[in-house]
Design a protein around this ligand. Structure first.
Ligand code: NAD
Length: 336
């Protein structure tokens, strides 16, 4: 094909093989909630593909897994079109890569001071919640980023998702967050499943995702799930605060659950301190984290930085090095 002109045949073949493998693992992970390789192994495939595409940009097609978010929504669920896209995040695997990201941000905002907000990256399932006139009306998975699955009835069973906001006026909003299962509850759930001879969940992330994407809400109700909210994506009936930090405080005031360890950082050195602080302590938390998310605090700056098709330029996920070395042993015969 024309776009492949000048690309050595072995590279073409490798790119095709990587895309096939990644498509298969995306399906296992996003659609079935049952991965058969570790995240570190998956990330290695993705990295290799990204590097080959960078060397041969004529190979980048809109349907390449490097250009897309998540997986296709399951047709068994109703679909929800997100008011604003639910994107993924770019990754930094070292402090150098993080500094390179911050340097790019500074280049795009010449002469402006930039503050950051740092957050633990919760390893769960991305969810969008919609409130109309203060009432919870709809909840959806991220799906392919544009259209997600309607899982409202299942989310209504999660006690940390308020059915009514704490406010007087007719406030409507969209908020994004991560639904997760605490590690202790995950261990108990798998023990019970082992006793009953049922297939085990690979990890708390897959247990949370499998529990939310149940066709029977009573199954979800029996699963110990929680949520941390991290993005106010739309607000009507109240003034929208100009910084991400203030928006997080507003979410708290409205009764939504925000992680207590979020921090505002005035410099990149403070961001690096935060990353170091949590590098070991995060294992003491009762939920899994797979990195630290760093976000530009001012929303006007976020808007000027914008986003690619897959991820915003104003945020990055720092992944701890140990994550890539650890290969989790996954049960092949996992189930939703
Ligand atoms: P991502 O997990 O790297 O980052 C984006 C997600 O981070 C968001 O959608 C959101 O859900 C989450 N998040 C958690 N805390 C957040 C916070 N405080 N602020 C903002 N976002 C927060 O990207 P992805 O596109 O969801 O998936 C990639 C991940 O999935 C990788 O870790 C990859 O290894 C894994 N994966 C694994 C397999 C496999 O087969 N093992 C297959 C596909 C994907």
């Amino acid at each position: 094909r024309a776009e492949a002109r000048g690309v050595p045949p072995d590279v073409l073949e490798r790119v095709r093989a990587l895309r096939d493998q990644i498509a298969y693992h995306d399906y296992r992970y996003y659609v079935l909630d049952a991965p058969v390789i570790s995240d570190a192994e998956y990330d290695a495939l993705m990295r290799e593909l990204r590097e080959l595409e960078q060397r041969h940009p004529q190979l980048v097609t809109p349907d390449s897994p490097t250009q897309r978010v998540g997986g296709a929504p399951l047709p068994e669920f109703g679909s929800v079109r997100h008011r604003t896209p639910m994107l993924s995040l770019d990754n930094a695997y070292s402090v150098e890569e993080l500094r390179a990201w911050a340097a790019r941000v500074a280049r795009l905002l010449p002469g402006e001071p930039v503050s950051f907000v740092t957050e633990l990256k919760i390893d769960g399932l991305a969810i969008s919640l919609e409130y109309e006139d203060g009432r919870f009306v709809r909840g959806a998975t991220r799906g392919d980023g544009t259209v997600g699955e309607d899982v409202t009835q299942n989310l209504r069973t999660i006690r940390s998702i308020p059915l009514r906001l704490r406010c007087d006026g007719p406030v409507s909003l969209d908020v994004r967050g991560e639904v997760y299962m605490v590690k202790s509850a995950f261990a108990r759930l798998n023990e019970e499943r082992a006793r009953r001879g049922e297939p085990l969940f690979a990890n708390p992330r897959n247990a949370a995702a499998g529990s939310v994407r149940q066709l029977d809400p009573s199954v979800t109700a029996g699963r110990p799930l929680d949520i941390f909210c991290y993005t106010l994506a739309y607000l009507e009936g109240m003034e929208l605060p100009p910084t991400h930090w203030e928006r997080l405080q507003l979410l708290r005031e409205l009764g939504l659950r925000v992680n207590p360890h979020v921090r505002r950082c005035e410099s990149l050195d403070e961001v690096v301190d935060y990353i170091e602080y949590w590098s070991h302590r995060r294992h003491e938390l009762d939920y899994e984290t797979d990195g630290i998310v760093v976000k530009v605090d001012r929303i006007d700056q976020q808007e000027r930085l914008g986003a690619t098709a897959k991820s915003p330029r104003w945020a990055i996920a720092y992944k701890y090095p140990a994550e890539q070395a650890v290969t989790r042993v996954l049960a092949i015969d996992v189930n939703v």
